[in-house]
Design a protein. Sequence first.
Length: 122
Amino acid sequence: MDDHRQGITHIIRGADLLETTDTQLFLYQRLNWTPPSIGHIPLLLDPRKQKISKQNHAQALPEGDLYTLNAALSYLCIPPSHCDTIKDTIKHAILHWQPAHLRFKSALQIKSEHAHLADQDQ
């Protein structure tokens, strides 16, 4: 609902949310709304193999650390910035963002990898 109200047209989210996508698209259809384009990427994991997210108490960007931000940007194929602040690094990332450089995987590949990680945790 919020995405529709805010006019969101593109969403990139973690592969762990892949299974809920059909339900969300169904709601858009039932409400006669144009759905956003949705892409899923593999999760970014910390050294303990926990996803980097607010659910796992990852710090928000302004309070976070430059190392984690640069690692995430590298993962998104954004060239290193050599900036000293998070604010400048984000500006650099916006200027150099090129989605065509991403190495997208099929939904089946992502689901398979996600299931494999879940099996390892058990």
